[in-house]
Write a protein that binds this ligand. Structure first.
Ligand code: HH2
Length: 293
């Protein structure tokens, strides 16, 4: 039986109830970029990006995440105008054609504002509102959902010898602080999702520990977004390029579901939808057994 959402972890985006407490949601990645780390996700022409997004919805995506600036380690930043030009036609067309919520992966307030005007309802800010001081007020004004993600430094610097006292405690403290900043700026707690930022300023061991101890992040009381899809920590373990990391991704997704992830950000929606269904069937059985014991 599915768990009913408790009031403290309900999630809304522009007034719409996102039911990810009833079952984990799949967020499908749509990259309108020429340089994302996984070649299968690059769709720089808007028509191809839209076609790909529609396919992901067919395959079971509960949310679409449209991004126009690669955040892979060492990526060169994209200018504001260029990012807006890439993202807007795709969001505008998708807002007409899909009913699932559209998230936009950006750290720039002007891009976020234009995307929200065009019909997006979630801002996925990998800087957790740090890179653009106007971002929080844009999100607040629209009552948009927002993903606050942990990253050490910036995409240009984040993999330069990242070190932590205790990676889980440090990420928890960072997310707690960013949540306070967001709420002070007028963003409702009910609009916030949190993400440990797999691969963002983390060594292999940090990524593994965060995934293993993900349950500890659930004490923050907000839905957890987790994005392990095809990332390099999987490559380090299985010795394969990003094009051949779907099985490794499946293992990470299944364990993240077991440890409390509510939104899985993935490239391979059809495959990971099956993985999430099976993992959820097993974990919810454990929960109901505990409840009945
Ligand atoms: N990972 C990427 C981008 N955005 N957002 C959140 N909230 N969590 C993540 O783990 C995350 C993210 C990297 O993946 P991708 O978009 O496929 O790559 P690129 O940044 O190279 O376009």
């Amino acid at each position: 039986m599915s768990e009913l959402p408790s009031p403290c972890n309900q999630l809304f985006a522009r007034g719409r109830f996102i039911r990810c407490q009833e079952r984990p949601f799949i967020m499908g990645v749509v990259n309108v970029t020429p340089d994302s780390f996984y070649s299968g996700s690059r769709h720089i022409e808007p028509e191809r990006a839209v076609a790909h997004a529609l396919e992901l919805v067919e395959q079971g995506a509960d949310i679409l995440d449209v991004g126009a600036e690669s955040t892979r380690p060492g990526a060169m930043p994209v200018g504001e105008e260029e990012e807006r030009t890439r993202v807007l036609p795709v969001v505008t067309e998708l807002a007409r054609r899909v009913t699932v919520p559209i998230s936009v992966d950006t750290t720039k307030a002007t891009v976020a504002q234009a995307a929200l005007d065009a019909g997006a309802s979630i801002i996925n800010d990998v800087s957790a509102l740090r890179f653009d001081h106007r971002m929080a007020s844009v999100v607040a004004r629209f009552g948009a959902g927002v993903i606050l993600m942990h990253m050490k430094g910036t995409p240009l610097t984040m993999q330069q010898d990242p070190c932590y006292r205790d990676v889980v405690e440090d990420v928890v403290q960072f997310l707690k602080d960013r949540m306070q900043v967001a709420m002070k700026a007028g963003i409702s707690e009910f609009n916030i999702m949190l993400d440990p930022g797999i691969g963002f300023g983390k060594l292999l061991e940090h990524n593994l520990e965060l995934l293993d101890r993900l349950t500890e992040l659930t004490r923050l009381g907000r839905p957890l977004v987790v994005g392990p899809s095809r990332k390099s920590f999987i490559g380090q373990l299985v010795g394969r390029s990003a094009e051949h990391r779907e099985w490794g991704t499946a293992a990470a997704v299944a364990l993240a579901v077991d440890r409390g992830a509510r939104i899985l950000r993935v490239h391979d929606v059809a495959m990971m939808a099956d993985v999430v269904k099976v993992a959820t069937a097993i974990t919810s059985r454990k929960a109901s057994t505990r409840a009945g014991a």
